[in-house]
Design a protein around this ligand. Structure first.
Ligand SMILES: *[C@@H]1O[C@H](CO)[C@@H](O)[C@H](O)[C@H]1NC(C)=O
Ligand SMILES: *[C@@H]1O[C@H](CO)[C@@H](O)[C@H](O)[C@H]1NC(C)=O
Ligand SMILES: *[C@@H]1O[C@H](CO)[C@@H](O)[C@H](O)[C@H]1NC(C)=O
Ligand SMILES: *[C@@H]1O[C@H](CO)[C@@H](O)[C@H](O)[C@H]1NC(C)=O
Ligand SMILES: *[C@@H]1O[C@H](CO)[C@@H](O)[C@H](O)[C@H]1NC(C)=O
Ligand SMILES: *[C@@H]1O[C@H](CO)[C@@H](O)[C@H](O)[C@H]1NC(C)=O
Ligand SMILES: *[C@@H]1O[C@H](CO)[C@@H](O)[C@H](O)[C@H]1NC(C)=O
Ligand SMILES: *[C@@H]1O[C@H](CO)[C@@H](O)[C@H](O)[C@H]1NC(C)=O
Ligand SMILES: *[C@@H]1O[C@H](CO)[C@@H](O)[C@H](O)[C@H]1NC(C)=O
Ligand SMILES: *[C@@H]1O[C@H](CO)[C@@H](O)[C@H](O)[C@H]1NC(C)=O
Ligand SMILES: *[C@@H]1O[C@H](CO)[C@@H](O)[C@H](O)[C@H]1NC(C)=O
Ligand SMILES: *[C@@H]1O[C@H](CO)[C@@H](O)[C@H](O)[C@H]1NC(C)=O
Length: 418
């Protein structure tokens, strides 16, 4: 009999509060929504955020609408049809002693991440902020140790948001500040869209920010990045090995390194492909590059980690660029960070079908009068340029082309051409 009374009591409770129960005191679950209530006082909200994701992992909505402190690596995987309302602030702690060894290690350039977001059909939105607390990392002694990718296994600067092993993801209306490393990593994923993302990674000390790319895309396809702003000191968007079928449009990039294919061909024996990329309607101000292709040269060593990898770059379009004080508005570097002579060891990456159209504005003058630098160590084929109207503050603009086979398809007169 007692049995039935307990059931009746439970039924009554359910009737009074039909949709709410507390699994963890600080995760409110109900109606398919898991809302994380901050602990406050600088305590780690990470475990409760993970709890919310595990309870709302299928068809649910995770709500992060307040200010959260996170000192636990967020690995949120296996999500299916999940909404994430990030309207508050998620701030990772400045706890290097925890994060460097415990951030999730990925398989490319020692990259690690604070948050690995994975699954199918995920929608993250809400107008909130992701704060990577980068300053402590840039100010740390020896912060620049590590090569190429810039992070190291000994001092692993995490990426605030990685979309990894995921499909059908939309991320919109988000502010991202102070990333210790790349702001966003699209890793082994397909059909991922970012829009209305406002990125700012700026150092307030004399130490510069480090590797603060807006986006890096690796082993991923069908990625769209649009209507976003990036204020940083490195690539706006970087197309890493096996980024294919990518659209980037309506972007405003400030102070960084521009739109960059590569670097590719770093590792001998590896095949790197970047193909079918469209980058359209971009404003770049005080940037190092406009539209760039950056590949390593060759190498005599079978085990080289500084060039010698093969592959190709094909079907890339850079259109409607406005450049304001950009060092290299149009540039191919086919001997990037290569320790041996690229005349003796040309790149093994074949570059073809790269199209530049409607570029206007001014170079910075850092490269004299040169506004175009198409410098190939293996012949580049089917490179075209139209409606290029670039000026140099140092006098009549000059255009450098080496080993480009299609100079008749360029609407400027090359010097040092094939
Ligand atoms: C920085 O590097 C120097 C030289 O390798 C080393 O002696 C020193 O301990 C390092 N400092 C930190 C804080 O890692
Ligand atoms: C990874 O880190 C190790 C040291 O921890 C370093 O030797 C190596 O060069 C780094 N690799 C890259 C690609 O940065
Ligand atoms: C890409 O993902 C979005 C969001 O989940 C979805 O609406 C769209 O249908 C997907 N596109 C394809 C081709 O699967
Ligand atoms: C993106 O920007 C373009 C150009 O300003 C605009 O036409 C479009 O509506 C915007 N898209 C979204 C989803 O905000
Ligand atoms: C180009 O992008 C800017 C944002 O940087 C936007 O305001 C403008 O409307 C876009 N132009 C077109 C034609 O979509
Ligand atoms: C890129 O894709 C090609 C073709 O599928 C593959 O052979 C190669 O291993 C991939 N490279 C990387 C770095 O994933
Ligand atoms: C590039 O796009 C073309 C046309 O859609 C397609 O046939 C080709 O496979 C794509 N290349 C890659 C590497 O995805
Ligand atoms: C080139 O890439 C674009 C996507 O950026 C794609 O629509 C087009 O089909 C590709 N063309 C070829 C010839 O592969
Ligand atoms: C690469 O191979 C050479 C011999 O060909 C060897 O001396 C060197 O130590 C190797 N480097 C690495 C990083 O394995
Ligand atoms: C062209 O590349 C070679 C290395 O292959 C380099 O020595 C030279 O300075 C470059 N010139 C320009 C103008 O980029
Ligand atoms: C031009 O490319 C060919 C191979 O395509 C290479 O043999 C030659 O060394 C390159 N020339 C220069 C000046 O880099
Ligand atoms: C080229 O740009 C300059 C300003 O930088 C402008 O005055 C001129 O009209 C432009 N020429 C063409 C053909 O668009």
């Amino acid at each position: 009999m007692m049995h039935f009374r307990v059931l009746a009591l439970l039924a009554l409770l359910a009737a009074v509060a039909p949709l709410t129960y507390a699994a963890s005191a600080n995760v409110q679950v109900g109606g398919g929504t898991c809302t994380v209530v901050p602990l406050g006082g600088g305590q780690d909200d990470g475990p409760n955020i993970l709890d919310a994701f595990s309870q709302c992992a299928s068809g649910g909505t995770v709500v992060l609408n307040e200010y959260y402190v996170v000192n636990t690596v967020l690995v949120t995987t296996g999500l299916k049809n999940v909404n994430i309302e990030l309207s508050g602030v998620v701030q990772y702690t400045p706890n290097i002693a925890y994060w460097s060894p415990n951030s999730l290690f990925l398989t490319y350039q020692n990259a690690t991440t604070y948050w690995f977001l994975s699954g199918d059909n995920i929608h993250l939105y809400g107008g909130g902020t992701l704060d990577g607390n980068g300053q402590v990392w840039w100010d740390y002694p020896n912060a620049t140790s590590g090569t190429a990718g810039g992070s190291s296994t000994l001092f692993a600067r995490p990426i605030p948001l990685t979309v990894g092993n995921a499909s059908n993801v939309v991320i919109e209306d988000l502010t991202q500040i102070q990333s210790p490393f790349w702001n966003n990593f699209v890793y082994q994923s397909t059909n991922v869209t970012y829009r209305n993302i406002n990125i700012s990674t700026v150092s307030y000390s004399s130490n510069p920010t480090l590797n603060s790319d807006g986006w890096d895309i690796y082993r991923s396809s069908f990625v769209t990045i649009e209507n976003s702003t990036v204020n940083n000191d490195d690539d706006c968007v970087s197309f890493k090995p096996n980024a294919t079928n990518i659209l980037v449009q309506n972007m405003n990039c400030l102070a960084g390194d521009g739109m960059s294919v590569g670097s590719l061909g770093q590792y001998a024996g590896e095949t790197d492909i970047v193909a079918n990329v469209t980058v359209n309607n971009v404003t770049l101000t005080n940037s190092q590059n406009g539209g760039r292709v950056k590949v390593f040269g060759g190498s005599p060593l079978a085990n080289s980690t500084a060039g010698g990898g093969g592959g190709y770059v094909k079907n890339i379009t850079f259109s409607n660029f406005q450049v304001n004080s950009v060092d290299y508005p149009i540039v191919f570097d086919e001997c990037f960070a290569t320790p041996v002579s690229c005349v003796d060891y040309p790149t093994k990456i074949a570059v073809s079908d790269v199209h530049y159209s409607n570029f206007s504005g001014t170079s910075s003058g850092a490269e004299g009068t040169m506004v175009v630098d198409l410098n190939c160590t293996m012949a580049c084929t089917d490179i075209t340029a139209g409606d290029i109207n670039l000026t140099s503050p140092n006098g009549a603009a000059t255009y450098f082309c080496r080993n480009v086979t299609s100079t008749s398809e360029l609407d400027f007169n090359c010097t040092d051409s094939v």
